[in-house]
Design a protein around this ligand. Structure first.
Ligand code: AMO
Length: 460
């Protein structure tokens, strides 16, 4: 099927146009418009937001039979000469020498017509929605930022650890694990036993296992899929999402916050510089002023307050919140968003939460009632990062586990880390989809993951 050497991606053609060169481009038709003696075919190949315009003249052998039947969604392989475009709207165009139709898309049934479709409609065709401008742009930004996560940590000497997807430890202790050990194995002597010998589930966080490696290798990170069976049908929750979790030995909460802020700014800067074309689409159609907002976040220090100060501010706000505020409550999205959007109007780090509402692994502070925790809240989203300094003292950790009703039996390995050469350490979890929401302005988290899984929804 043509010469791979000659075949080019549209992004590369537009980045360094070679006028007069013979090229081959494979892609999907967006529109076809007929003029006298020739047709304009707009085609995209997903490599960038821009399409390329093909000029197909009626002298082409399949012009009447095929080219004039092309419609949105058809796949074509075009061989042609790149030339400067006389018309406004594009700098170059491809004058076709041959247009090979690889696949038809019946215009009667192809669901992606030229009009703008709602994101709700597109969610029901997750297999076709990446062909739209917006979802294609999201996929490219997501890919670039996933790579950026690795470069950020690798450039700083962090070691990536592949933490398990199947686990017997419920890190967050919130009872949101999907069970996987239902299938049992037959024993040689007859009878069935549970596959892993004890209940196992899909991981809700790679943190505990990342801690293991941080206690041997220093600074590590894990970046993988996370599964939570929370029955929350909100625009910020998924049952399957991706989390970036660094874990740093010889590090306290201050160091943790510093890395988290640096990482977020690094990723936003990367999006601004390397995804500018895609961001311009979001800026025009999803959130006006998006790029300026991101640029501002990169420039400013994040605000920092304690949980106790946050509660005081909420109590004095005069706002009528759905969930009443008092010291000891878990901050709700409405509280988080009020603080970061209305009061501070920039990212906000809230620290020192009540121990009673946070997991057992967070380090108990000297006051005995708060833990060295931090959440980073951003406008439009609320919580994007949750982290803490970990409890490195054996006795305190054991007591916290017992208080939380966790059987220390199953966590002997985790306690061992405190028994043998324990060191202060800290880490955090960045919800990768919430980052993509923040960067693209997408209102619903279901649009920023290729195949969203939510209660009652997992179509393919
Ligand atoms: P936490 O539970 O706060 O922390 O989660 C960390 C971040 O993950 C994102 N997040 C979600 N994103 C989409 N759908 C969900 N259902 C969902 N739940 C959480 C949020 C959140 O800030 N072990 C700790 C992290 C650590 O301390 O290392 C943890 O899991 O952006």
């Amino acid at each position: 099927m043509g010469d791979g050497g000659m075949r080019k991606r549209i992004a590369n053609i537009l980045a360094a146009p070679e006028i007069g060169a013979q090229l081959q481009v494979g892609g999907w038709v967006k529109t076809r418009r007929d003029a006298s003696g020739f047709s304009f075919i707009e085609m995209g190949d997903g490599s960038c937001l821009a399409n390329i315009q093909v000029i197909a003249e009626q002298s082409l052998v399949n012009y009447d039979q095929e080219i004039k039947r092309l419609s949105a969604g058809c796949s074509v392989l075009v061989t042609g000469i790149l030339q400067e475009s006389p018309a406004k709207g594009q700098a170059v165009e491809l004058r076709a020498m041959a247009v090979q139709i690889l696949g038809w898309a019946d215009p009667e049934h192809y669901p992606l017509q030229k009009k703008q479709h709602s994101f709700e409609f597109l969610r029901n065709i997750t297999h076709l929605r990446p062909r739209t401008n917006a979802l294609g742009a999201v996929a490219r930004v997501r890919s670039r930022l996933a790579y950026g996560v690795h470069t950020f940590f690798q450039e700083r000497g962090f070691i990536q650890v592949h933490t398990p997807i199947i686990t017997t430890s419920d890190c967050e202790g919130a009872g949101e694990m999907f069970q996987v050990s239902a299938s049992s194995v037959r024993q040689p002597g007859g009878g069935n036993v549970d596959f892993f010998g004890r209940p196992a589930g899909l991981t809700v966080s790679g943190q505990l296992q990342a801690e293991v490696y941080s206690q041997a290798l220093g600074n590590v990170y894990t970046f993988g899929p996370i599964f939570r069976a929370e029955n929350s049908n909100t625009s910020r929750h998924l049952a399957e999402f991706w989390m970036v979790e660094p874990e740093m030995a010889f590090c306290d909460l201050a160091g943790d916050m510093q890395v988290a802020e640096e990482m977020l700014k690094y990723l936003l800067r990367l999006a601004l510089t390397e995804c500018a074309e895609d961001l311009s689409l979001f800026d025009r159609f999803i959130e006006k002023g998006l790029s300026a907002r991101l640029a501002q976040v990169v420039e400013q220090d994040f605000a920092r307050i304690t949980y106790t100060e946050a509660v005081e501010q909420l109590l004095c706000s005069g706002q009528d919140f759905i969930y009443p505020v008092q010291w000891g409550i878990d901050l709700q999205s409405e509280h988080e968003r009020y603080l970061t959007e209305t009061v501070y109007q920039r990212p906000l780090i809230v620290t020192d939460y009540p121990a009673a509402i946070k997991p057992f692994y967070m380090r108990l502070s000297d006051d005995g009632r708060t833990v060295a925790a931090m959440d980073i809240l951003v406008p439009g989203i609320g919580e994007i990062i949750g982290g803490s300094q970990r409890e490195e003292r054996y006795d305190v950790l054991l007591a916290r586990m017992q208080q939380a009703g966790i059987d220390p039996e199953g966590y002997g390995w985790y306690l061992d880390l405190r028994r043998y050469g324990t060191v202060p350490h800290a880490g955090f979890g960045l919800g990768f989809e919430r980052l993509i929401q923040f960067v693209t302005g997408m209102a619903n988290i279901r649009e920023v993951i290729p195949f969203p899984r939510t209660p009652g929804f997992a179509p393919c």
